[in-house]
Write a protein that binds this ligand. Structure first.
Ligand SMILES: [Mn+2]
Length: 323
């Protein structure tokens, strides 16, 4: 069985690297830090952990997050016995950590994205899982791993953030069963919720209100979108934290909204699109634009300015008669 292969490879590896995806979220970081303590507690081995973008302030509460290093501090010529990617939907989503991945003796790909093409030597990809944290909780259970409080906090955070606090349609009986089991290890769900969702800076909240204020509504308000310009971010003292985090969900929360999206102008001049829907498959729209993701939560990077990107998105939605 594939989990046994994972188990024997961890046993036989002297140096192990854990990898998270670019623009890290709670799932990739929670899963990575969980894997760190799971391997420490069950195999008495220490792993290295890498991020390929800035570590978001909001997740510094995760146990062992202080041991995560930026890719810049890694020797890219090193050869690891084992590299484990967590929540990395495609190999190019971990930037230059791909170099370390490709050179490793064994590679593991643990994920839940439908679009994952099983790029590892060992692949544990479960598209029906709400989060990579859920996949990892299942692995821990199958291998009878000890789950310490550290691991439980990280796994729960991974699941809670990828389900939007158990609100999204990816929440299944198994999601809640695992979350329930994790509570038995003594975690404080209210504390984790506050740390993930009620720790926004004043500037961020004011910035998001500003973006919502200038949102555009089309087709009887079934489409809602807003453009975030570089100059807007500068105006609100954005200190590199992701001020747009959760903004698309706020537009989706409007009763009339069927499809919501945020187009963010990047320094390169390209546009980053984050799209959410209510019961409409928008992964196809984002895939057509060169991106991908889940059915109701997807994104894309479009090599065009925001206005042009909006036109391209709207015509993809129109072509499919989604709204
Ligand atoms: Mn995820």
């Amino acid at each position: 069985m594939v989990v046994e292969q994972l188990d024997s490879n961890i046993k036989n590896s002297k140096n192990i690297l854990l990898v998270s995806h670019i623009n890290p979220d709670g799932d990739t970081l929670g899963s990575m830090c969980a894997m760190y303590s799971l391997i420490r507690d069950n195999y008495k081995k220490s792993c290295e952990m890498v991020v390929v973008s800035k570590f978001p302030e909001v997740y510094t509460f995760l146990p062992n997050s202080d041991k995560v290093k930026h890719l810049e501090d890694f020797d890219l010529s090193r050869e690891y016995d084992l590299v484990i990617n967590l929540d990395v939907a495609a190999i190019d989503r971990c930037s230059d950590a791909k170099i370390l991945f490709d050179r490793a003796k064994c590679t593991v790909n643990i994920d839940h994205h439908e679009t994952n093409n099983n790029y590892g030597i060992i692949n544990i990809v479960e598209p029906n899982a709400s989060a990579t944290g859920e996949v990892l909780t299942g692995i821990a259970q199958k291998l009878n791993w000890i789950i310490s409080l550290d691991s439980a906090i990280c796994l729960y955070t991974a699941i809670v953030t990828d389900t939007g606090g158990f609100k999204f349609s990816n929440t299944t009986p198994r999601t809640l069963e695992y979350a329930g089991k994790l509570l038995e290890y003594g975690i404080d769900p209210s504390d984790i919720y506050q740390k993930c969702y009620e720790s926004n800076s004043k500037d961020m909240v004011l910035f998001q209100s500003y973006c919502i204020n200038k949102a555009q509504f089309l087709k009887n308000d079934s489409i809602a979108y807003t453009i975030v310009y570089k100059k807007d971010l500068e105006k609100f003292n954005n200190n590199c934290e992701d001020f747009t985090d959760g903004l698309t969900e706020k537009l989706r929360a409007i009763v009339s909204t069927k499809i919501a999206f945020v187009v963010k102008e990047l320094h390169s001049g390209a546009s980053k699109v984050s799209m959410r829907s209510k019961n409409i498959d928008i992964a196809q729209v984002c895939t057509a634009l060169g991106g991908g993701g889940h059915k109701f939560a997807a994104g894309a990077l479009i090599k065009a300015n925001p206005e042009k990107a909006v036109k391209m998105i709207l015509s993809e939605i129109d072509n499919r008669k989604l709204c």
